[in-house]
Design a protein around this ligand. Sequence first.
Ligand code: CMP
Length: 139
Amino acid sequence: MAGNRTFTMIKPDAVRNGHIGAILNKICEGGFRIVAMKYTKLTAEKAGAFYAVHKERPFYQELVDFMSSGPIVAAVLEKDNAVEDFRKLIGATNPAEAEAGTIRALYATSIGENAVHGADSDENALIEGSFHFSQTEMF
Ligand code: CMP
């Protein structure tokens, strides 16, 4: 059964380019409820740990450098079928392939600097949400 929570980050490129408000608006209009949210900055160590699953990929160091290059917004979101519906809302990883109107089509600049992260499974949504928030910070 599909779970009802997902995890997202508004990435440093979108923050730098002034898109926090517009992206949060799309998320709320998309029917997601905010369960937890914070404006923060990842150290390289934390970014490396968050993306450890990609350690062997050629883009790993670039990803870690980018994700620790400036502030982000991290959030846990709630909606029926959250993981799949959120991935539809944000569009393909590569903004050049993202459907028109999706968050990445509107605000991402490249596959590396792609404006937002969305968990890819219920299991990872739980792991990633717990990476950033304790149970007492989720409402
Ligand atoms: P995200 O959904 O946060 O999950 C892993 C990230 O790795 C992905 O978004 C992209 O930002 C990044 N990524 C994936 N493929 C590449 C690539 N070929 N080059 C650079 N970054 C990539």
